[in-house]
Design a protein around this ligand. Structure first.
Ligand SMILES: [Zn+2]
Length: 260
């Protein structure tokens, strides 16, 4: 700890010899890169862990959706049955009226009343015929509904089985992920223990602000691999000197060259 603090103070005050500092900063830099690799790995693992509840939620929604479809189909069947019942009652009543009218028909004295009654009977017959057709159509719709209910029973069962499977998979996955996170955190502590505290703090602040990789490669001799801009020659020289952390003027990430 004392050593690192001294290093930090020397780094800030510039007391360190140039070549010693370069060597140190280069070393520190390569450790920072290792730390970054571990941190990125931890981010990935944490993201994978966060995916698990999302997957479970999606499977739960699927179950709810299938149950809703089943309820809808059941409600529709109940409606169809209710309306058929009403039509059957109406038809029964019309048939009764028709029978009554038929009986009365022969008791009527005037020709006019007889014709009127005959017309009424014909009208009722036609109406009963229409209701019968409606009832048949209704019965067919009920069959379609029953089929849909039976299919949705299957879908609900399937979705519930899938939910159990997903929950089990996620529980297993989380166990593995947490084990890996614990391993990476041990590595993280080991590596950062060897790096100057100030450097680690600067690096952490950058990661908090930007996330992901904050120490980025210079590619094709002068291009920032993060934002793809051309780096000024003066800045490139500073990067090669390893006297301080040099940030890309466009994306603000720390630049490093492949020779580390
Ligand atoms: Zn950049």
């Amino acid at each position: 700890m004392r050593e690192r603090t001294t290093f930090s103070r020397k780094l800030i005050t510039g007391f360190m010899q140039a070549d010693e500092m370069e060597k140190n900063l280069k070393e520190q830099f390569s450790l920072l890169l290792k730390l970054q690799a571990v941190d990125v790995k931890i981010d990935e693992l944490e993201a994978a862990r966060a995916e698990c509840p999302v997957k479970i939620e999606a499977a739960k929604n699927e179950v709810e959706q299938k149950k809703q479809s089943r309820t809808d189909a059941k409600n529709r069947l109940a409606e169809l049955q209710k309306s058929r019942k009403m039509m059957e009652l109406e038809m029964e009543s019309d048939n009764n009226t028709m029978k009554k009218n038929q009986t009365q028909l022969y008791e009527l004295k005037s020709n006019e009343a007889y014709l009127a009654m005959q017309n009424e009977i014909a009208g009722l017959k036609e109406k009963v015929g229409r209701i019968e057709e409606e009832i048949i159509k209704n019965l067919m719709d009920e069959d379609v509904c029953r089929q849909a209910i039976s299919e949705s029973e299957g879908s609900v069962k399937q979705a519930e089985e899938n939910l159990v499977r997903v929950e089990k998979q996620c529980a297993d996955e989380i166990k593995v992920i947490e084990q890996k996170i614990a391993e990476e955190k041990t590595r993280q502590a080991e590596i950062s223990g060897g790096i100057d505290e100030k450097l680690v703090a600067d690096y952490k602040k950058l990661r908090e602000n930007k996330g992901g990789e904050v120490i980025v490669r210079i590619i094709n001799d002068n291009i920032c691999s993060s934002c793809n801009i051309n780096i000024r020659p003066q800045l490139l020289i500073e990067v090669s000197k390893y006297k301080k952390l040099v940030c890309c003027e466009s994306c603000g990430r720390v630049l490093f060259k492949e020779d580390l």
